[in-house]
Design a protein around this ligand. Sequence first.
Ligand SMILES: *Cc1c(COP(=O)(O)O)cnc(C)c1O
Length: 354
Amino acid sequence: MKKHNFSAGPCILPPEVLLKASQAVVDFDNSGLSLIEISHRSKPFVDVMEKARALALELLGLEGKGYKALFLQGGASTQFLAVAYNLLENKAGYLNTGTWSNKALQEAKLFGDVQEVASSKDANFNYIPKGFEISSDLDYFHCTSNNTIFGTQLKSFPKCDIPMVCDMSSDIFSRELDFYRFDLIYAGAQKNMGPAGTTLVVVKEDILGKVSRQIPSMMDYKKHIGSGSMFNTPPVFPVYVSMLTLEWLKNLGGIKAIEEINNKKASLIYSEIDLNPLFKGFASKADRSTMNATFTLENDNLKETFETMLKEAGINGLNGHRSVGGYRASMYNALSLDSVKVLVEVMSELESKA
Ligand SMILES: *Cc1c(COP(=O)(O)O)cnc(C)c1O
């Protein structure tokens, strides 16, 4: 039986994408060769890379607006330093909304002054700080759109007249935003796009080339742009699978269509969390993530029963991160509404048993 996969990352991908990707590993487009044994400079792979880059911009509505899309290696964690390498001359501002944004902030400190613009650490990051000011003398402002671990999500973005950089690893392509407000977006593939091993970077070209330091080639966005995201051997398989997922999303109707489904999934689980007295939500209601729902059991004595029921229902990956505890239902684009229905049934069945 296929499991209901609520894993936080790496995580669920569309079944048709997995099937096509597995076939390409054996025989890529009836070429008699595997996708992973051909030259990355060959036309078939260059076409894959170009298509993936174009689809990313198209889905975000950023075509022809001065942006370039790159598929790089090193995960979102490498972008924590690449961003600072390329953009931090004197001082940058960071919004601290959890583990990942704090890591990004710490890396940036290696390159210049960093101001923590606001933080929700005082409440174990269960909310998004609001009403803070972003000084216009900063080189850039950095935020994390969705806090994968704590289950909070920025519903609106601050007014900002300096370049805005956003780590969208866990909610890219999940909801409509005015992406043009961002000057640099990055996202590790393994949350909503593909296998681990590549990171999407979407950057507005005119913010680059303004720092005085020398940038090593592999860290230099301009170099990667100049070489068509092929400065060195790209991670061919993760890029291919990401391309397939983006194609899948486009055929589905794009971000607008998936957002409707994502909202349905989120309201289903959150109404169960709110109505079922056995459970308690972690994130503050106004800031709840549509991607990662965090919650705990009110009574730990029910833990074993609940977890046995989850297992019997074929539910995988529901354990919360150790810094929150309890449970986390990650509901990325490829997770069906039916999987959420199964989880909600188990939760309400627990209530009838207790
Ligand atoms: C998972 C995650 C990361 C880390 O990504 P890696 O690709 O493992 O470096 C960074 N930011 C956010 C928001 C994440 O969810």
